[in-house]
Ligand binder design. Structure first.
Ligand code: 5GP
Length: 208
């Protein structure tokens, strides 16, 4: 089935009052609140459940950004399924720009002949995803589709269209709901826009 077009987004003021002050001061806007996220992920899960009802798919995610999305998406997909994770690290900024990544944890499951749904938190240039899809395809799954929560189509360098997509994002650096900046902000239940000053200031400091 064709999955409906993602809703459009506008950054808003109004970071929830429960957010710690150190995080609040680093965020410029709220982009997607918790209810909007959950409603959209529920729609994605329902669409996947309809399409894969009798296919016993394997959901594959890359740690750690996909953690929250994977957990919620699976809960909204009430069909028999399996889940597995990989972990990667980029060799260096230069090789990352060419989409070269090192697998630091491979899948435990064999995906040959299985229907695989690659679950991705955010597609930016698409280079990382392109590399991983080529790798997974070389293992001969019965089918391979992508379910991505966020897509920044304006920054795409290679042609990849997720079969299931949560939201198109503007070209802003976002955090929360699993997405980090230097390992912080992952635990926010919503998605916020990081203040560009924070990125600039951190670039001047050594990474810890
Ligand atoms: P790509 O290879 O598509 O350029 O890189 C995708 C990866 O870049 C994502 O998995 C994520 O780690 C990182 N990324 C891209 N945009 C953002 C963003 O707005 N916020 C965060 N936290 N990470 C991002």
């Amino acid at each position: 089935m064709t999955f409906q077009t993602p809703p459009s987004l506008t950054p808003k003021k109004g970071i929830p009052g429960t957010v710690p002050e150190t995080y609040r001061s680093a965020l410029s806007h709220l982009l997607i609140d918790e209810d909007t996220l959950q409603n959209r992920i529920r729609e994605m899960g329902q669409a996947i459940a309809r399409d894969y009802a009798d296919k016993n798919p394997v959901f594959v995610g890359v740690l750690k950004g996909v953690l929250f999305f994977m957990a919620d998406l699976l809960r909204y997909t009430p069909i028999p399924l399996a889940v597995d994770f990989m972990a990667i690290s980029s060799y260096s900024p230069e090789t990352r720009d060419q989409g070269l990544v090192r697998i630091t944890k491979d899948l435990d499951l064999c995906i040959e002949g299985r229907h695989v749904i690659f679950v991705e938190d955010i597609i930016d240039t698409g280079l990382t995803l392109g590399y991983l899809l080529r790798l997974l395809r070389s293992r001969h799954p019965a089918s391979l589709e992508v379910a991505a929560l966020f897509d920044k189509p304006g920054r795409r360098l290679i042609d990849i269209k997720p079969r299931y997509l949560g939201f198109h994002l503007p070209d802003l650096f976002v955090v929360g709901y699993g997405l980090d900046f230097r390992e912080h902000f992952r635990n926010l239940p919503f998605v916020g826009v990081l203040n560009p000053e924070v990125i600039k200031n951190q670039k001047r400091q050594p990474k810890r």
